[in-house]
Design a binder for this molecule. Structure first.
Ligand SMILES: Nc1nc2c(ncn2[C@@H]2O[C@H](COP(=O)(O)OP(=O)(O)OP(=O)(O)O)[C@@H](O)[C@H]2O)c(=O)[nH]1
Ligand SMILES: [K+]
Ligand SMILES: [Mg+2]
Length: 370
């Protein structure tokens, strides 16, 4: 065991045996900050070549409108699912670690090209270098959506084990990035501005102690949300990736109706059977929603829109400007205004500027300066 590993184990033990209450909150917060810092050091050591697999993802080119990664324990059915969704054959078999590298496929859905990455199975300890774990998680980090694939016949604890690996690697699932700004300055100490009242344990004293742990002694902190200690540490420690996630419960052909009813009520869960092709349509539409995808149809002057080839955007509240830039860089410098038909406008069509926000299935015609 390296010294870093030993220190981590020691702090984890201390955290576990400390009672969790108001009086110990500050102490626990500090342990968390120290742990985050040590994990970062460990991560740096491993990506320098210490741990198995290195910190690099698999070298698969990003193509299409968005990228979705399949992450899960071995033999939960990731490769079977890739083939079901994309038609691309990825070897599936009853033994563990059938897949040894990243296999990309393309799912066509509502005019969009969605790249799906089948990945090798991961096991506990993946983030710290077991098996190809680090490579798999690095690849997951490049995705716009992570699908955590679970075997319906396996214990629910598997979900938490997989999540923990991703979390230990700095990935945050279904979490918005914290509205916290930290600006370094040359001198003048720590200045904390609470735009929103802090009710979740992050006192100014606590924040200051965490910052000092990271040797940040001259900074301005702006708290624009009611922030938890964990989320504050995430900002201070840095290098976090915020990615939406779906929990795909596969092999439901092995469940009873009663068991299925329970899964159906859990948020972000999609029950499927990859083998029997059950509920695949629901999964596709859940992928679409989770990626914030929308289709915009272009309409050349005097012609009907091209409904077969939408321009696909994935963004919350995309503007006309974002749409134009997705089409071509050369458009915006010549942009005058646009005509829009659809649910984002009151009149059909309506003349709009570059900051207008588009809705799914809007039709647009760009008018350029001549
Ligand atoms: N009953 C049932 N079996 C399935 C389903 N999907 C996959 N399987 C079986 O589960 C086994 C593992 O499937 P794979 O697709 O190889 O699983 P994987 O997650 O890619 O496995 P690794 O690449 O080894 O990590 C195979 O025997 C599949 O036929 C399903 O929906 N129901
Ligand atoms: K397998
Ligand atoms: Mg596989």
């Amino acid at each position: 065991m390296s010294t870093t590993e030993a220190k981590i184990a020691e702090l984890e033990a201390e955290y576990a045996r400390t009672q969790k209450n108001k009086a110990t909150e500050g102490h626990l917060g500090l342990i968390k900050a120290k742990l985050a810092k040590l994990r970062r050091e460990q991560e740096a050591q491993q990506s320098r070549g210490g741990g198995g697999g290195g910190g690099e993802g698999f070298d698969v080119k990003k193509v299409g409108d968005t990228r979705v990664g399949l992450v899960g324990f071995p033999s939960v059915g990731k490769s079977t699912l890739l083939t079901t969704l994309t038609g691309t054959k990825s070897e599936a078999a009853a033994y563990e670690f059938t897949t040894l590298t990243a296999i990309p496929g393309t799912m066509r859905y509502r005019g969009a090209r969605i790249q799906i990455l089948d990945l090798p199975g991961i096991i506990e300890g993946a983030a710290t270098g077991k098996g190809r774990g680090r490579q798999v998680i690095s690849a997951a980090r490049t995705c716009d959506l992570i699908m955590i694939v679970l075997d319906a016949a396996k214990p629910v604890t598997h979900k938490f084990l997989i999540e923990r690996e991703l979390i230990n690697f700095g990935i945050r699932l279904n979490e918005e990035p914290p509205q916290v700004l930290i600006k370094r300055k040359d001198k003048g100490g720590i200045d904390i501005q609470e735009i929103v009242p802090q009710t979740k344990g992050l006192t100014k004293e606590m924040a200051t102690r965490i910052l000092k742990e990271y040797k940040m002694s001259s900074v301005t902190v702006t708290l624009r949300e009611d922030c938890t200690i964990d989320r504050f540490i995430d900002v201070v420690d840095g290098k976090r990736t915020y990615i939406p996630a779906l929990y795909v419960m596969n092999k439901i052909d092995q469940l009873t109706i009663e068991e299925l009813d329970i899964i159906d009520q859990m948020p972000n869960y999609v029950p499927i059977s990859s083998r029997d092709q059950w509920n695949i349509d629901d999964l596709m539409s859940a992928i679409w929603d989770k990626c914030n995808m929308l289709r915009i149809y272009t309409k050349p002057k005097g012609q009907i829109p091209d409904y077969d080839e939408p321009v696909v955007l994935h963004a919350t509240n995309p503007t006309v400007e974002q749409f134009c830039n997705r089409l071509h860089k050369a458009i915006m410098p010549l942009f005058k205004y646009a005509w829009v038909w659809g649910s984002s406008v009151r009149h059909q069509p309506q003349k709009v500027g570059k900051d207008h926000i588009l809705n799914d299935e809007d039709i647009i015609q760009i008018v350029k300066r001549v």
